[in-house]
Ligand binder design. Sequence first.
Ligand code: SAM
Ligand code: DTB
Ligand code: SF4
Length: 328
Amino acid sequence: MAVSCAEMALDGLRHDWSREEILGLFGQPFMDLIHQAQTYHRQFFDPNEVQVSTLLSIKTGGCPEDCAYCPQSGRYETDLERERLLSVNEVVAAAETAKSRGSTRFCMGAAWRAPKDREIALVAEMIGAVKALGMETCMTLGMLTQSQAQRLKEAGLDYYNHNLDTSPEYYPCIISTRTYQDRLETLRHVRDAGISVCCGGIVGMGEDRADRAGLLQELANLPKHPESVPINLLVQVEGTPLHGVEALDPFEFIRTIAVARILMPASRVRLSAGRTAMSDEMQALCFLAGANSVFYGEKLLTTDNPEADEDKRLFERLGLKFISPDVH
Ligand code: SAM
Ligand code: DTB
Ligand code: SF4
């Protein structure tokens, strides 16, 4: 059947998915869905390669936002100690360790609603110092203006992470202090500055399948697919409003990964937060469903991630190889 012009963008990938079509993908028998996702995966990637990034929280806690999942919001009573912005030396030391373990991208996160211009000057120094080690750089600092995105690009930033988190409909149940539109605007600023986009969301927040489909629909229908799509499984932290929410069926999580792979076949789908709660077998199914990047190192931002050695063993058992940095 001929494909209409509206269905095919210049990149040859679709950006016009309807919610019904996406729900149709989700609703397939599990084996058919995984096979379809793996078939797309093999057209665009070596299925035995995984990209690994290491996270560092450069400014922890005390955030003014009210994201219901987040241990770093200053509005909730969590065990977290609020910390100052780390120094460039502290950041470089952590990046060196990450590099020595085989990580190729260093992702620095700050618990800010949006950085101030003087904070952009400080993080710009961090970008230069980490790049000097030969690593790719990524930052997640909250909302950015166009000129701030430009300054980060000039400092050498390769990726910016800013998540849509969930569907537009479910979003008001999770965050009230910034809008979906605000997020889309930051993504536009990042894209227009020429920085690669890392954008995904969180599942297991009490949303339904239509919301998971809605999140993936928003991501896939962006003018350009994000180069990196993190799919986080909620890490439930005591004191946050979402602590105690009903856990997601693991197969539904794997289905979400598979649908992300089908909708955004050329993007790296990242199996992100929540891996400490997953068995090795579940993670292997996520890789089979099309995940091909992870966060590597014993900490995410403030919560636990599998130990690096544990991951090395898992990758060896599966014959998965770390990839070298993408060329910029
Ligand atoms: N403050 C900045 C922002 O919100 O854009 C950057 C840091 S924020 C912690 C980065 C992302 O981490 C959030 O958008 C969210 O998707 C994810 N995240 C935070 N807490 C999480 C949790 N408990 N479980 C899973 N993902 C989480
Ligand atoms: C993303 O999507 N997941 C990462 C990264 N981007 C910044 C963060 C996960 C945070 C999990 C909770 C924590 O450790 O504080
Ligand atoms: Fe703040 Fe980011 Fe956490 Fe929201 S997700 S409370 S903006 S640190």
